[in-house]
Write a protein that binds this ligand. Structure first.
Ligand code: ZN
Length: 236
């Protein structure tokens, strides 16, 4: 085989590998972000429950203040008993005290309900925090694995690029320039095999006369359709 063609085949192999590794590398940020998504969901949920608990605490404090106010009101009403002159006034006062006491009792009931809700929320937070912690540990481990995988790919890419330099340096300028000029138009696949008179780059038929020449692998021949550099692999 023509030495230049042989090196071009190697260059293509290495460039395909570089392309593959670069694409793999580009996917890492998205993979890392995706691995963290469940954690963020769990975190949002936990924050919501915490917020609910805070508002319940506030509700409890408000109710307790209302309870104190009602107690104070009753105390003041009761203190007025000594000023009462008539039975009618006395009955009215008793009625008023009774009404505030009713109110106080209903506030007490409300406080009990809020306390139950606080208890439920607190238990939920404890459970969610444990779940979050376990999930975070799992995700931290996964991220570490992804990051070390990424470092491996980066290392491999460096060494492959070094190898490429050696191969590129052994190719004549004209052939190398041709190769480079075709990388874009040929979508990264510049050197390709011809199998059964068909270019594997564009799937078009190669004219029989040209195929005979390609089979010799003695010259750099390009596909009349897609311009890729062609070679023939003798499997026999
Ligand atoms: Zn072609």
């Amino acid at each position: 085989m023509n030495r230049q063609l042989e090196q071009l085949i190697k260059l293509q192999q290495i460039d395909s590998k570089i392309l593959h590794l670069s694409r793999t590398l580009m996917k890492f940020p998205a993979r890392i972000a995706a691995s963290e998504a469940p954690l963020r969901e769990s975190e949002t949920f936990l924050n919501n429950v915490k917020q609910k608990l805070a508002s319940l605490d506030k509700k409890k404090r408000d109710k307790e203040r209302e309870l104190d106010d009602a107690g104070e009101k009753i105390r003041k009403l009761k203190a007025r008993t000594s000023d009462i002159k008539t039975n009618k006034e006395y009955q009215a006062l008793l009625k008023e005290i009774e009404s505030v006491e009713k109110e106080r009792s209903s506030i007490e009931d409300e406080i009990l309900i809020v306390m139950e809700e606080i208890d439920t929320s607190s238990k939920r937070i404890t459970a969610e925090e444990a779940k979050f912690k376990a999930e975070k540990e799992k995700i931290d481990a996964l991220r570490k694995r992804l990051e070390s995988e990424k470092a491996e790919v980066e290392k491999e890419l460096l060494s492959v690029r070094e190898t490429r330099e050696g191969i590129a340096g052994s190719i004549d300028k004209e052939a190398y320039d041709l190769y480079v000029s075709l990388i874009g138009p040929c979508n990264g696949l510049v050197v390709t095999e011809v199998k059964g008179e068909i270019c594997q780059g564009c799937n078009m038929n190669i004219p029989p006369q040209l195929f005979v020449e390609i089979k010799k692998n003695e010259e750099i021949i390009t596909c009349p359709q897609c311009r890729r550099i062609l070679f023939y692999k003798n499997n026999a």
